[in-house]
Design a protein around this ligand. Structure first.
Ligand SMILES: Cc1ncc(COP(=O)(O)O)c(C=O)c1O
Length: 389
């Protein structure tokens, strides 16, 4: 059996590059509580991402939970069912009722045209997700938020480094939350961050993630322990030195996939938004009716060859037991999300994925219904003019 290929492989810089960071931690004996690496990484990420204020935390999930706390969100929040389950779980952890609204069939992000019909007197916020790192329709969502006095918290777990014509997409909304989980483009083993629009909001979040302490003896809120440790923050500093190279390699992988499958009948590749700078965090394909196999059969065919694609996002969040009784979770309310959950398959993508491995994957996808690419031409040298479908 050939070597396994997983959907993601964490980027790890050479181990010896991490030793000096560890030595510093051992010397200082500062292991957490907003130590020097924590401060450095917050600063460095603000500069790299092009945002003003950022609070590190222990995970994206905890970032979402804390962001909702920071804005005092209650009642009902409109969100997408087509995401990782943590998006909606963060609402339940705050005693908030998620209201699921369907997605746009082209972007697979929350469809702004359907949001207003779901607003009730209890609605206080919208929690959209930049799914697969593809930008939400931030302008339409902003207008709806303004018109109805709703806060907007973006789940930007997939969107590290994604930009639009005006800069980082993390600047949109009242708060934006990143995940630095091991499978993400930029990771700190586990970790996350909340991007705030102003210093006061960041300070408030910093108190919340530190049990609510504002000084040695004063606690202003029932906060939580959400502080990123020095070891994770130090790793983030090292990771940041390699991130541009890792993103460039991902871009090549993405381009090779697109070239190799551009003529494959029944395989739809999501277009990244033209004006945005993508991060190539996922490579979702949609297995359409014309393809000779169902999505699940293709998933199995890959698995039999030790290739572990993932059916993100199946099942829909709305189909999990703690959500499915909710009226907004009904498949009738979510026709496009229901279809996407049945068709989507995320192929492996990571910076170390080799051309041979990509060939192995696309040969299975295309082998079922061969594309019109000449297999003797290496993927890298296929003319860019026929890149994207
Ligand atoms: C869309 C989305 N939101 C939230 C999370 C939660 O992030 P974390 O794993 O860092 O808690 C993840 C992923 O892991 C995710 O994919």
């Amino acid at each position: 059996m050939a070597e396994p290929i997983y959907v993601a492989k964490p980027y790890l810089p050479p181990l010896e590059e991490f030793f000096p960071y560890l030595e510093k931690i051992w010397e200082s004996k500062i292991l957490t509580n907003g130590g020097p690496f924590h401060q450095q990484l917050e600063q460095a990420l603000c500069e790299y991402l092009g945002v003003q204020h950022l609070s590190l935390c222990t995970s994206g999930t905890l970032g979402l939970v804390t962001a909702l706390q920071a804005l005092g969100i209650q009642g009902e929040v409109i969100t997408t069912p087509y995401s990782f389950v943590a998006s909606a779980h963060s609402l339940l952890w705050n005693g908030i009722q998620p209201i699921f609204v369907d997605i746009d069939p082209d972007t697979l992000n929350l469809d702004p045209k359907k949001i207003e019909a779901a607003i009730t007197p209890r609605t206080t916020a919208i929690l959209p997700v930049h799914c697969y790192g593809n930008r939400c329709d931030v302008e339409s969502i902003r207008k709806i938020g303004e018109k109805h006095g709703l806060k907007i918290i973006y789940d930007s777990a997939h969107a590290f480094g994604v930009r639009d014509e005006g800069g980082s997409i993390l600047r949109h909304g009242d708060l934006s939350v990143l995940s630095f989980h091991a499978t993400k483009v930029f990771h700190t083993f586990e970790g996350g961050a909340i991007v705030s629009p102003d210093a006061a909001t960041k300070e408030h979040i910093d108190h919340l993630k530190n049990f609510g302490f504002v000084n040695e003896t004063t606690v202003v809120k029932p906060g939580i322990n959400g502080k990123m440790s020095e070891i994770n923050a130090a790793f983030g500093m090292l990771q940041l030195q390699h991130i541009d190279a890792a993103l460039a390699q991902r871009k090549e992988v993405d381009a090779m996939y697109r070239r190799a499958m551009r003529g494959t009948t029944g395989i739809r590749i999501l277009a990244g938004s033209a004006e945005s700078e993508n991060n190539y965090s996922y490579f979702p394909i949609l297995v359409e009716e014309e393809y000779p196999l169902s999505r699940d059969a293709l998933y199995q065919a890959l698995k039999e060859q030790n290739i572990h694609a993932r059916r993100y996002f199946y099942p829909l969040i709305a189909d999990f037991p703690m959500y499915r009784h909710m009226p907004s979770a009904s498949p009738d309310n979510l026709p496009f999300a229901t279809i996407a959950a049945r068709k989507a398959l995320c192929l492996p993508i990571y910076s170390a994925l080799t051309e041979d491995e990509i060939e192995r994957i696309v040969n299975i996808v295309n082998g079922v219904w061969p594309c019109n690419r000449n297999p003797s031409v290496p993927l890298k040298s296929v003319a860019p003019s026929c890149e994207i479908q």
